[in-house]
Ligand binder design. Structure first.
Ligand SMILES: NC(=O)c1ccc[n+]([C@@H]2O[C@H](COP(=O)([O-])OP(=O)(O)OC[C@H]3O[C@@H](n4cnc5c(N)ncnc54)[C@H](OP(=O)(O)O)[C@@H]3O)[C@@H](O)[C@H]2O)c1
Length: 359
């Protein structure tokens, strides 16, 4: 039996009650947050029933770092990193031979490098398979809507972050124009230098100016609040929102019925997996970053894998192959916490066509 751990944390304050019960909702927020800051890592659940297509089996443990996203952004980095290290060590004590870093625990500081140096167990952010599933999802959605990405203006927002940079490198040369979006011009220029030989690349520090011109977008910033509003999107735009917390405002679901926004990275896990914890996905479905940790365990690849902000593009291909070998697959599109049905995509296609002809 192969063994892994995965560190999770409350994305928002409301997530705290999922682990600690509804009492958290009745206590003053300040008191709950200051208690969470003081307590050590928590055992959350035992993950059972993962069975690879090769017949190999794995089990794992969710452990919690008890800080919300906002706390991770605001508290001193050293303190936050130490809390994450403690959570990784707890997973190792439980028997994990590799530990994945979930959501913001993979974003803090140098994206896992310092954490990996300070623990005795291999670590991964799971970002390589997240890149793979985001791009596979984007292509799948484009095919369904009849959008030819090789003729389109495709953006990556958060372009020089860990996931964004690898997405940009893979997309370069295979789309009509690649629009790199970020807040720091020099970081965008450095990225362009690395990829512009592969095709047309443009740089944008004003997101609200460029977003309405895009046919497709992967958005993967580490912003704490949403950064894309309904008025930012072009009719027919396909948006893969990888970020957690999400980048696309919930208002988009309410007022735009002519765009396709979906969450990157929902994966069907092989076997009869039970996470024994509700993180908001349907049964047997995980985030890609969790899946990467499981896949590495099933392979017996107990080594640091996706760390830092310069992921290896070759590993994206490797992860796709390993996922196939073990029977992991894309779970279909999810949009604002629910599955998108095939007939909804067909209806959307009709609405887009109508809107385009009446424009
Ligand atoms: N769905 C999944 O399975 C999955 C898996 C892993 C990670 N994630 C999520 O993916 C996101 C990114 O992760 P990462 O590891 O790539 O993080 P990262 O390396 O820190 O990159 C994030 C990028 O976002 C930019 N950014 C931050 N705030 C911004 C804002 N308000 N507006 C525009 N850009 C902003 C940052 O650049 P500047 O601050 O320099 O502008 C940075 O380059 C996080 O939300 C994480 O939780 C999701």
């Amino acid at each position: 039996m192969e063994k892994f751990g995965f560190v999770i944390h409350p994305i928002t304050f409301s997530d705290i009650s999922r682990k600690f019960g509804p009492l958290a909702n009745f206590l003053p927020e300040k008191l709950v947050l200051s208690t969470m800051k003081k307590i050590g890592p928590q055992e959350v659940s035992h993950i059972t029933g993962i069975k690879s297509a090769t017949g190999k089996e794995a089990e794992g443990w969710f452990t919690a770092c008890t800080l919300t996203t906002e706390q991770m952004v605001k508290l001193p980095e050293k303190f936050v990193v130490k809390k994450i290290i403690d959570a990784v060590n707890l997973a190792a004590q439980q028997g994990a031979k590799i530990v994945g870093l979930g959501a913001y625990t993979a974003v803090v500081g140098d994206a896992g490098i310092t954490i990996a140096k300070n623990v005795d167990v291999p670590v991964t952010t799971g970002n390589t398979y997240t890149v793979a599933t985001a791009l596979l999802g984007l292509r799948w959605a484009a095919d369904k809507l009849g959008t030819d990405l090789s003729q389109c203006r495709v953006g990556v927002m958060g372009a020089y972050g860990s996931i964004g940079k690898a997405c940009s490198k893979v997309l370069a040369g295979s789309v009509g124009e690649l629009a790199l979006i970020g807040r720091k011009q020099h970081e965008l220029e450095q990225l362009k230098e690395a990829i512009s030989s592969k095709g047309q690349v443009s740089l944008h520090t004003d997101a609200h100016e460029v977003l309405p011109t895009l046919d497709a977008l992967v958005t993967v910033t580490s912003a704490v609040d949403s950064v894309i509003e309904p008025e930012d999107l072009k009719t027919g735009a396909i948006v893969c929102d990888v970020a957690r917390p999400r980048d696309v405002s919930k208002r988009v679901a309410e007022v735009r019925d002519d765009v396709l926004v979906f969450e990157g990275g929902a994966v069907l896990v092989p076997g009869d997996v039970d996470f024994n914890f509700n993180f908001g996905f349907p049964p047997k479905t995980s985030y890609a970053c969790m899946a990467e940790t499981m896949i590495l365990a099933l392979e017996g690849r107990y080594e640091n894998y996706s760390l830092g902000r310069d992921l290896e593009v070759a590993k994206v291909e490797e992860m796709i192959k390993l996922a196939e070998k073990h029977g992991f697959e894309l779970a279909g599109l999810r949009s604002f916490e629910r599955a998108v049905k095939e007939e909804e995509i067909n209806q959307l296609k009709e609405r887009i066509a109508k809107k385009r002809t009446s424009a």
